[in-house]
Structures are given as structure tokens and as C-alpha cells.
Design a protein around this ligand. Sequence first.
Ligand code: CA
Length: 230
Amino acid sequence: MAYRLLLVEDEVGIRVALEDRLLAAGYQVVTASDGTEAFTRATQGGLDLIILDLVLPGKGGLEVCHELRRMGIDTPVLMLTAKAQLKDKLEGFSMGADDYLTKPFDVAELLARTKALLRRSTAWNEARANQVYEFGNLRLDTKQTTVWLSGKRLDLSMKEYDLLHYFVTHPRETLSRDELLKEVWKYEDRPPTRTVDVHVGWLRKKIEDDTKNPRWIRTIYGIGYQFVAQ
Ligand code: CA
């Protein structure tokens, strides 16, 4: 899936030219022409990077950046600043910008910085995805893709692991068979099989003390299943 960028620039000529180049490079681009609009759009989420001009009407780039960070929004920010405002670059970093470019800049340079920032944040997000989930005596390690029950390593098939992983990352949610087929088996249309029920049955045999009275994976009658975090 293409990365989605927010481009914030009040000078229409520059904005349109940059948007064209970013689109040509294969990015999805959302634009904003002032700080308030930029802030609103950024808080709606779904962005991989914000290219933010420093001098904007209304709320300035630094202010937007600062407010986003204060709200815990950590989308990477590439700040654009005129050479005369270079002294602001340090301030930009303390406000949470991840990189900066001074105007006038070469668009190739902007594309290179954009790519580098996206690569860095993707690597960071992947590292964060290496997690251990622990519920009572049940432990799932995503880095090693292994599951332990009371310290004993379980022998799960790949699908059983994927299914349990989906359960532990969606605790207390009622998960329909359709959702599980779509998310774990990647089926778009529900095939006429009892795949989910069969796999839940196998998983229960491995993690439940009493499969007739399951402690971890509850059946939600007529809908699907629910992982009970405890
Ligand atoms: Ca400007």
C-alpha cells in the first residue's frame, strides 16, 4: 500500500508542484494550505509523514508540530524552512520535527529525505511490533513466534499461532468467523467451511485445561469467539 503524506504549504505554486512530484513518486498526497487545516488533518490519523512548511498563515509550522507531539501524535515531520529562518531549525527539532530542508531546495533532495524518514519510521514500527503478550500463565512472543503455557513451549501449527496471535491482540472483542477468516486466513469471501471452528478446537486442546469449559477462548453463540484476557 502506498504511503500517505500530508503536504502543508501556503504558496499554491510550490504546493501544486510538490504534490505532482510526490504523486509521480507513488505516494498518496493530502494537502493543507494553513496551520489550522494541517493540524486538523494530522489529528485524523492515517498519515505516514507530514511535510510541513515553517511559515504559514495562522498557526505556524512549529506550533502545529509542538501541538501534535503534545497530543502524543508521533507521525514523522519534515520541516521546510527558508534559509533566512535557518536559526529556527534547532527550535524545529526541539518542537519534534524529525528532519528539515531549507528553501530553495532540489525536489530530488525532498524525495530522498522523504524516503529516508519513511524507511526509518517503518523500521521503528516493526521493532515495536516485536512484542510479548502475557495473560496469566499464557505467553506469546511475536519475535520468536512461540507460545508458552505455564513455562512449557507449545507445539502450534502456523495457522494455530496466527489465530492465537489475532486473539491476544484483540482481547475481550467478539470476533466473528467472517472476521477471523478475513484477517487470519486472508479470505475475502467466506468459504463454506468450518475452518475457524476446527482450528479453534485444535487450539483449545493445546491451551485449555478443560475444552468443554474453555477459560481462554469463549464461544459467542451465533457470532464467533472471544479471547478472555485474565
Ligand atoms: Ca510559507
